[in-house]
Design a protein around this ligand. Structure first.
Ligand SMILES: [Zn+2]
Length: 347
């Protein structure tokens, strides 16, 4: 190939390369507000946990579990991974693993979601698991990373199981537990069934969250605001289909916790548009943000979705958001955090 040919090929490669994150955005301290501890477990750590419990699996077998293609496949993998979290020391291991990864990405504040609903279903000592987690993550505060916790119930387990999660938050007695939330399959169980659960959470001084409008429609988001008085919405991408709801979210400044790679990989984004496939460029993040709705950018389940917070900012840039907009989104991560001491990244 001659000189001109090589130059032409190089130019083509440059054109094809997606725009990468500027050092200015990359170096900003960040907050992670929608991150499931159990979804942060890397394949290598799963193998360590399996070995601890005498379960054999090849690297390939574990990687195959992580290669799901839709929402039911994702829930199945999530369930499988958490089945190896059996002892408090298992939680301690995944807590410190996550902390190291967050520090590498300039994350200084995290509200990590803990699937207490799954612990209770497995008849585990949730208090002991949580104590081990605190023990393994608190030392990271000295290195500049503060952990706060969201106790999470599984929607399809029903209201009584969700209430048990709220009561566990009370018995754990830690100021680091800042919120109660519900995840899982939002197409199951009527939203109204959880009304008493959220009232009790509010009574205990917990902030309130829910996954809504991820695979469900905008009505799930409306119900969560009206019936449960939630303060942030997990995902909420269905809002893009309801202009009046977009107005409501913007007026009442109810943030959406946006996790773009998750929405692509679970098929949630394609589902919202009734398509077979959707790409990152189809994501409604820019439209929601430019409508004045507060948004925070997160990874959801970084190991399961093969992503990092850095990748999510990179994806947001690929969607056409400017650096000044990415900076505002980054700031919102602190503004809409539940720990008052985290309202500014300067603190
Ligand atoms: Zn989530």
């Amino acid at each position: 190939m001659g000189q001109r040919g090589r130059t032409g090929a190089a130019a083509l490669i440059l054109r094809m390369k997606p725009p990468s994150l500027s050092p200015q955005i990359d170096s900003l301290p960040k907050a992670e507000l929608h991150l499931h501890l159990e979804g942060s477990i890397q394949p290598a750590t799963v193998r360590t946990l399996m070995a601890r419990h005498g379960v054999k699996a090849s690297e390939q077998e574990v990687l195959e579990r992580y290669a799901f293609h839709d929402f039911p496949g994702f829930l199945e993998t999530f369930k499988w991974v958490t089945s190896f979290l059996r002892e408090p020391q298992d939680y301690a291991l995944v807590g410190s693993d996550l902390a190291e990864r967050l520090l590498e990405q300039n994350v200084v504040y995290v509200e990590a979601t803990l699937s207490v609903g799954v612990m209770l279903l497995r008849k585990q000592q949730a208090e002991a698991n949580f104590a081990a987690l605190l023990h393994s993550t608190e030392p990271f505060e000295r290195r500049g990373l503060r952990f706060r916790w969201v106790f999470d119930a599984v929607r399809q387990f029903g209201a009584a199981a969700a209430m048990a999660v709220v009561e566990t938050a009370k018995t754990c007695k830690s100021k680091t537990i800042v919120a109660f939330g519900i995840g899982g399959d939002e197409l199951q169980v009527e939203t109204a069934a959880f009304r008493g659960v959220y009232e009790r959470a509010a009574e205990l001084g917990l902030h309130r969250l829910i996954h809504a409008g991820e695979v469900g429609g905008p009505e799930r988001i409306r119900e969560a605001i009206r019936l449960l008085e939630v303060e942030r919405i997990g995902h909420g991408i269905a809002a893009i289909k309801d202009p009046l709801l977009m107005d409501l979210l913007a007026e009442r400044k109810i943030p959406l916790e946006i996790c773009p790679q998750s929405n692509v990989r679970t098929g949630a984004l394609a589902r919202q548009f009734s398509r077979e496939h959707a790409r990152i460029g189809d994501h409604p993040l820019p439209a929601l943000f430019r409508h004045g709705i507060p948004v925070v950018l997160s990874t959801d389940d970084p190991a399961l979705f093969h992503t990092t917070l850095r990748d999510e900012y990179d994806a947001a840039k690929q969607m056409g958001l400017q650096d000044s907009e990415l900076e505002q989104i980054c700031e919102m991560g602190f503004q809409y955090a539940f720990d008052p001491a985290s309202k500014s990244r300067a603190t």
